[in-house]
Design a protein around this ligand. Sequence first.
Ligand SMILES: *Cc1c(COP(=O)(O)O)cnc(C)c1O
Length: 420
Amino acid sequence: MTTATPVLDALAARATSLDDADPLAPLRERFLLPEGVVYLDGNSLGALPAAVPPAMADAVRRQWGTDLIRSWNDNAWWQAPLRVGDAIGHLIGAAPGQTVAGDSTSVQLFNALSAAVRLRPGRPLLLTDPAHFPTDQYIADSVARLFGLEVRRIPAAGLPGFLAEEGHRVAVAGYSPVDYRTGELHDVPGTTRAVQRAGALMLWDLCHAAGALPVRLDELGVDLAVGCGYKYLSGGPGAPAFLYVAERHQAAFDHPITGWNGHSEPFGLSGGYTPAEGVGRARIGTPPILSLLALEAALTAFEGVDMELVRAKSLSLTGFFQDCADTLLAGLGFGDVTPREPGRRGSQVVLRHPEAYAMVQALAARGVVGDMRAPDLLRFGVNALYISHREVLDAVRQLREVTTDGEHWQERFRLRTTVT
Ligand SMILES: *Cc1c(COP(=O)(O)O)cnc(C)c1O
């Protein structure tokens, strides 16, 4: 089945004019993307920034290979967690001295939640979203068990109502600005205000926000935040995560993992723990320098980039995706998941279809890379630094072909791999 060409022609003309007027188009050259691939999975693993391979070669050959242990001083390895933290802070509205890079999001969640509980003694509830990414929920449960608290799973939309009743009993609320499955963007300022009005602490998980949209941590007075380095920040597989501790909480921030790197005098080698001043106390042990340097190089892709423009382009891409889907996928059994209102949309478009898994596999074989979230969601993330409107149209057009040709019924697309 072929689509009437005038319809496709009109969409193609629109894509071209949007791309021609795109002020961020030149940023694509800051990434190394394989020929013939439409990469709509940068919300899971960001593409490779061009600055990373030479930085890695230098880190390995010169810094490690030649300078050896002197690199802790001479190549400023020791400062890397705070230096990279500040570079991330710049993208999430955090002034320097409040963000540290290291460990994984899961570990940083544990650190942030535990420290939050210690900052709000006597409050027995820990709130999280029943739709939150699983690790966020698992860790909330474990922290609650450890400290003798209770987790309440309250949908983001129901928070104000819950807080009006029980807010005085809440220690910390851990939520995500963007629902990782549906792509819905929650009300970050309103939620932060409601939580803090109840005297509780607000912890945002920025995994799907950092590098994707402007986040104004300082301006909104957020208490704590965490996020990963490998999604929109494109820091590479397993890139270090980050933890933000608002300056006003740092003096009382009691880290649950008192590693020697967080000590006020790490080389004093004393037997007792005295935390460092500032966010340095959120350091733990010897950091993964190679990964930190890869992330640091990756972040140069954002140099001179206005996050407001990133947001505007991201919305243009996702809005155009929805328009293409309306036109090209009508009547093919797809359901709409991601909100239409721009203010309620993150940086991905999600469609629902019972054959989601096999369709995503068939698309990947055509070079269109998205991902699938159980049981029936097709997820397409856009990173405005390297995705174009033409690619969005190409992806939807190919999804239409897969579906109308029944390509996804082929046996090879139905075998489950370990990672979906
Ligand atoms: C991706 C993601 C994570 C991942 O946690 P890791 O420890 O980095 O594996 C956690 N939370 C959210 C909301 C995510 O989107």
